[in-house]
Ligand binder design. Structure first.
Ligand code: 44T
Length: 843
């Protein structure tokens, strides 16, 4: 027996090692028991380096130690150390999905969302059954692969148009092709299919680049398309392309055409990556010249009245929930062309006008705002420096000036075009430029609107709107044009410089709010219901106490509860039994002031932004709420974990306001934990607002939702195999839906799916099974859901109502269920850590 087994040799050869291994294990366990996680972790690392064969046996304890130690490091803000520990752990356990997921959670909580997304994705790939990782992945999948990819790939008309234009160009001699912003690689595959000899593709998103590689390989084109993970602006010849190409294809356009940087990309491509353009007017062969698909674009616009846009971008009411809003503060939305206010502000938002709740009314005809020739390098270069183009638009219908809306027609070549217009059957949204300066202005036929349009910082911008009425026209003609009759253009020139802003801004405090925050301020029902609920709680608490705080007793709800808060309340009054209200809403909330208006209370806001705190203070002052009544809870605190604490040693909260539902239609993360914590901090008769949430849903068939959720087979992608790859990124729950305008067929009545009683719920894991009667035949493809938020037993808010600032969400089924009228279905609802999932079966 000359050959010894290696294992025996190792063991036999080093008794010291065995002892060391044993001692390390012993120490690691001892330190773990003593909750000295840092030292325990170090011993585990040593142990695993000495004896990797123990990996499986000690996995659980190692994981536990790692997580505990990371938690501790987190509380000490030792960020780099956390990452180092995870790196070491993943070196030892590269296939451990729990560690990948946990690392993702740390990254996520620190705001590194894209990085977190990568970790969650990896965890799900390692173990698709890991529920925590899957839910985390679903939450971030939208950042890795935006949902419009699904829509665009399902848009057969768009795919056919590009395929046709590319085939024609390649067959006419453009045989070397660069696809800028390839996404899943579809345009490159069209080029290769058409016979191009050299096809290059670039993509700046890592996830999309990896997807494109998978897609192209599965379509047997791996060796034929060279995909680069880079921005086109960083590409060079011959480093990245062997020589200049004869065709660039691209669809790097957003709703506002320029937002994906197409102008810069093409200026660069013409300078460095493309053959020279064919001189204008030259006929004959195209060989030796470069060209771009799309050929050119025409931007269109119209001016609209649209209540949905208005309520998201302007504070529409002077008084809300008993508070005057517009006296001390000038609110503005982040979507603003007034770059003087905030450079970071974006000039437009997007909306699918066809489906905007409440619809819209055009106040002008469609107008042509701009044309762009992508095949004229010089024009592209001049575009960004060109003077704004002034447009005079006759008003054709009376209405409120809410927004300018823009879209475009992309001319791919001489024969083929795509339109993103609001009347088109298209998946595209339109760019929306809310009008801010001329507040609530009504215009009518006879008026002329003056609008400047330009391309600024790679955005299409509309600005300096002026409204000319007939009377003004006369005035201007007299004042500035003396004797000759002005042409329309001259008139507009003279008038566009007219100051049209009515408020002298300098005297007001400026405060920027997110559009969802503006919509919440405008949600009168929300504010009024909170006011009533607060009033009733404070009244009942006062009755219990018999008015032992301060000098005033709230003895009559209707009159005294609404009295001005005139009693002095210095901070020292807190030592008495004054009622304390804490609002931990996300974002800007006026609920503390609504509470303060109701009677002698002390209110705490959890606002953090200095500008918003100043705005709330200014609102308090202009509403005669004493300075001492309002406090900012964050100013007391070192970190968020102590947010829900007692107001003072020995004191408890009378009311804690929680923000249960996110604007997108989901239950806020951590709600149950937060509610449990909040309950511990309430005084005996104190209350949480809301008390209870009921989740409602119904069965529907919706083709639109299907299109948005996954690529449906190979047909739309013209035979190319793309669906299985991109569909790895599909998510079951869709958010930000406008249920009232989503095209769908309703197959059942709304039913209550689940109830979360915040005054008692203790677990983050709930199940419910309900039976639902189908009243119409069809295919169940989704279950939209929304909420009834109970502030008390009588007062509730529905998140699916016309004035709601909330949108709705929907669970989209993997496999549609065919049903007939009268069928009874069983709906299983799972609630796990604020996430909802469902299973639909025949009863
Ligand atoms: N959105 C449409 C934009 N890229 C469409 O990383 C329409 C939005 C939309 N790569 C609703 C409906 C719709 N070099 O993957 C992206 C992006 C990449 C580049 C390399 C560059 N210079 C760029 C610039 C962009 O190109 C891909 C497509 S961009 C936008 C497409 C359905 N909401």
């Amino acid at each position: 027996m000359s050959a010894r087994r290696p294992g025996r040799r190792a063991r036999g050869g080093s008794r010291g090692r065995v002892r060391l291994v044993y001692r390390s294990l012993q120490s690691a366990q001892d330190y773990l028991e003593r909750e000295d996680f840092g030292t325990a972790f170090a011993h585990y690392l040593l142990l695993l380096n000495l004896a990797p064969e123990l990996k499986d046996i000690i996995r659980e304890s190692f994981q536990h130690t790692l997580f505990k130690w990371a938690e501790e490091l987190d509380s000490l803000s030792r960020i780099q150390d956390i990452f180092d520990c995870y790196e070491q752990a993943l070196e030892l356990y590269p296939n451990n999905e729990v560690i990948w997921n946990s690392m993702g959670e740390h990254l996520f909580s620190m705001g590194f969302r894209d990085e977190a997304a990568g970790y969650f994705h990896k965890a799900v790939k390692l173990n698709p059954d890991c529920a925590d990782a899957r839910e985390n992945f679903y939450r971030v999948a939208n950042w890795l692969v935006e949902r419009w990819h699904f829509l665009m790939l399902n848009d057969k008309k768009r795919n056919v148009a590009y395929q046709r234009a590319i085939r024609k160009a390649v067959q006419s001699g453009c045989t070397s092709v660069l696809d800028i912003g390839t996404g899943t690689g579809i345009l490159s595959m069209f080029a290769r299919e058409a016979g191009a000899s050299h096809v290059y593709a670039c993509e700046l998103s890592k996830t999309m680049y990896e997807l494109a590689c998978e897609v192209v390989a599965s379509n047997q084109m791996a060796g034929e398309i060279k995909i680069l993970h880079m921005k086109s602006l960083d590409m060079e010849v011959p480093k990245d392309l062997s020589s200049r190409v004869s065709l660039v294809v691209t669809e790097t356009v957003d709703a506002g055409l320029f937002g994906e940087g197409i102008v810069e990309s093409l200026i660069h491509a013409w300078q460095h990556l493309l053959l020279p353009p064919r001189p204008a007017g030259q006929e004959g062969p195209t060989e030796g010249f470069g060209r771009v698909i799309p050929l050119h674009a025409v931007v269109f616009g119209m001016v609209v009245e649209c209540q949905e846009i208005r309520r998201h971008h302007r504070v529409c009411f002077n008084e809300v929930g008993g508070l005057r809003l517009n006296e001390a503060v000038m609110w503005y939305s982040p979507v603003s062309n007034e770059s003087c206010i905030d450079d970071a502000a974006e000039p437009y938002t997007t909306e699918r006008l066809r489906q905007v709740p409440g619809g819209y009314t055009p106040l002008t005809d469609h107008f042509q705002a701009m044309t762009i020739d992508f095949n004229n390098p010089q024009e592209l270069e001049e575009l960004t420096t060109r003077n704004p183009c002034r447009l005079c638009l006759p008003v054709v219908k009376e209405g409120v000036l809410d927004a300018i809306v823009a879209w475009f027609v992309l001319q791919l070549d001489e024969d083929t075009s795509l339109s993103t217009g609001p009347d088109e059957e298209t998946c595209w949204e339109q760019a929306v430029y809310p009008v801010q300066g001329v507040l609530g202005q009504t215009v009518k036929p006879g008026n002329t609107l003056v609008v400047d349009v330009s391309c600024k910082n790679s955005y299409l911008v509309f600005h300096s709107i002026a409204v000319l009425s007939h009377e003004h026209n006369m005035e201007i003609e007299v004042n500035t044009m003396s004797n000759h009759l002005a042409s329309e253009a001259e008139l507009c020139d003279a008038l566009a410089n007219l100051q049209t802003t009515s408020e002298p801004r300098t005297t007001l405090l400026h405060c920027m709010l997110e559009s969802s925050e503006i919509a919440r301020l405008n949600n009168t029902q929300y504010n009024d219901h909170f006011k009533s609920a607060l009033s009733s709680i404070l009244f009942s608490l006062t009755s219990v106490d018999g008015g032992i705080y301060c000098s005033q007793t709230i003895d009559d709800r209707s009159s005294n509860m609404n009295c001005e808060n005139t009693n002095c309340q210095s901070s020292s009054d807190l030592t008495s039994d004054v009622l304390c209200v804490l609002d931990v809403s996300e974002g800007f909330s006026i609920l503390p002031l609504i509470a303060a208006k109701l009677g002698p209370v002390k209110v705490f806001s959890s606002l953090e932004k200095v500008q918003q705190q100043a705005a709330l203070n200014a609102l308090a002052e202009s509403n005669e709420i004493s300075k001492d009544v309002l406090e900012f809870w964050h100013n007391y605190l070192e970190d968020d974990s102590t947010l829900l604490q007692r107001p003072q040693a020995g004191k408890l909260w009378s009311v804690i306001i929680l923000d249960a539902i996110e604007m997108c239609g989901l239950i806020r993360q951590g709600l149950v934990e937060k509610a449990a914590l909040a309950r511990c901090l309430l005084r005996p008769e104190g209350r949480l607002l809301p008390q209870c949430i009921k989740i409602y849903g119904m069965l529907i068939e919706s083709e639109t939702l299907q299109q948005e959720s996954a690529v449906q087979g190979k047909e739309a992608t013209l035979g190319f195999n793309i669906a299985p790859f991109i569909n790895q990124f599909k998510v079951p729950v869709h958010v930000f839906l406008h249920l009232s305008t989503l095209p769908h067929v309703q197959l059942s009545e709304p039913v209550e799916l689940l109830k979360l009683d915040l005054m008692s719920v203790v677990t983050d894991d709930l199940c419910n099974e309900i039976r639902v009667q189908v009243y119409s035949s069809g295919r169940i493809t989704a279950v939209p859901f929304w909420y009834e938020i109970y502030l008390d037993t009588e007062i509730s808010l529905n998140t699916w109502s016309d004035t709601s600032h909330w949108k709705q969400a929907a669970f989209v089924l993997d496999n549609p269920v065919q049903v007939n009228a009268g069928d009874e279905l069983v709906l299983q609802i799972h609630y796990h850590k604020s996430n909802i999932s469902m299973i639909v079966n025949h009863g």
